[in-house]
Write a protein that binds this ligand. Structure first.
Ligand SMILES: [Zn+2]
Length: 300
């Protein structure tokens, strides 16, 4: 269980800290859980990261280079290696599964993030979705965004909760995180004792791409997220819907396919990544038997 992978997302770390002090604060269903702060140095400074985004640092080529020439590695690269040495599949206290707790400034409520299409991740996410009805954001095939922590463990999910500003603690955000975490651990327990009840299908929001705010040649933003779009994460768009508005009240409109669904609208952390929102497509996938078997084999 990792929190504080981003040092300015402080609700997850508070939850872990309280869980350590009060073991009954979170119902772990008897699972053997290791708690870790992802990026303690960034947390101490209230910054997302020091040298580079830790949650984009788990690319095998980067990890290999950092372990070969540690003297030249960024601090986050060394931290990524340290986490793997401690908790990775070959680590000192190896974990089969990682849950990474994040928060967003976007009005997305609770969701699960899955990276790629590993059967074990999708089967587990489907069980949690069946319990809580959470949306699942499937992040894949984005060359600009790779190297996520959750991908380095045999099974890995992110719990994303919002909206909450960076460096602000809120009881409702902690509660939402705890409920998602408990549902996830209950799902794991149900797989282990053979009582898992899977839905017929898993509903995913598949990442298609991202859009930046319009910019001048200097790189400065030339428009704002349109007020009709702000806070409307998960609500389908139609061609012609306004996305951005400039100082002359002129709107830039959505020109994509009807029904695409925006997420991470105006996420504070993504401004530096030149992302004003991402587009997803809602799809319902059947749950093949071998996905469930793969999860049972991993957790059994
Ligand atoms: Zn984060």
């Amino acid at each position: 269980m990792v929190a504080g992978t981003h040092g300015n997302e402080i609700n997850g770390p508070w939850l872990l800290d309280q869980w350590r002090q009060h073991p009954n604060f979170v119902d772990s269903k008897g699972l053997d859980v290791q708690l870790a702060i992802g990026n303690p140095a960034a947390c101490a400074q209230g910054r997302r990261y020091l040298d580079r985004d830790l949650n984009r640092s788990f690319r095998s080529d980067l990890l290999e280079r950092a372990s070969t020439v540690p003297a030249e590695a960024d601090r986050e690269m060394l931290q990524a290696l340290a986490l793997l040495q401690q908790f990775g599949p070959e680590g000192q206290t190896p974990c089969d599964l990682v849950v990474d707790l994040h928060s967003t400034t976007s009005a997305m409520g609770n969701c699960l993030v899955v990276y790629g299409r590993r059967p074990v991740d999708l089967a587990l996410a489907a069980l949690v979705q069946h319990r809580l009805g959470l949306p699942i954001y499937l992040h894949e095939a984005d060359a600009a965004q790779q190297g996520f922590l959750a991908e380095r463990w045999p099974c890995g999910l992110v719990i994303e909760v919002g909206p909450v500003p960076q460096n602000v603690r809120r009881s409702d955000i902690v509660l939402q995180t705890r409920l998602a975490l408990e549902a996830l651990m209950a799902a794991i327990t149900s797989v282990r004792d053979g009582t898992a009840r899977y839905p017929d299908q898993v509903v995913i929001h598949r990442h298609l791409g991202s859009l930046d705010v319009p910019r001048r040649r200097s790189g400065d933003p030339d428009a704002l997220v349109h007020p009709n779009l702000q806070g409307r994460d998960w609500q389908p768009l139609k061609a012609g819907d306004p996305l951005f508005i400039n100082a002359e009240s002129k709107a830039a409109v959505f020109e994509g396919e009807d029904g695409l669904i925006p997420v991470f609208i105006n996420e504070a952390a993504y401004a530096e990544k030149a992302i004003a929102l991402s587009f997803t497509k809602r799809e319902a996938w059947p749950l093949p038997k071998d996905w469930k078997e793969a999860l049972a084999n991993l957790l059994g």
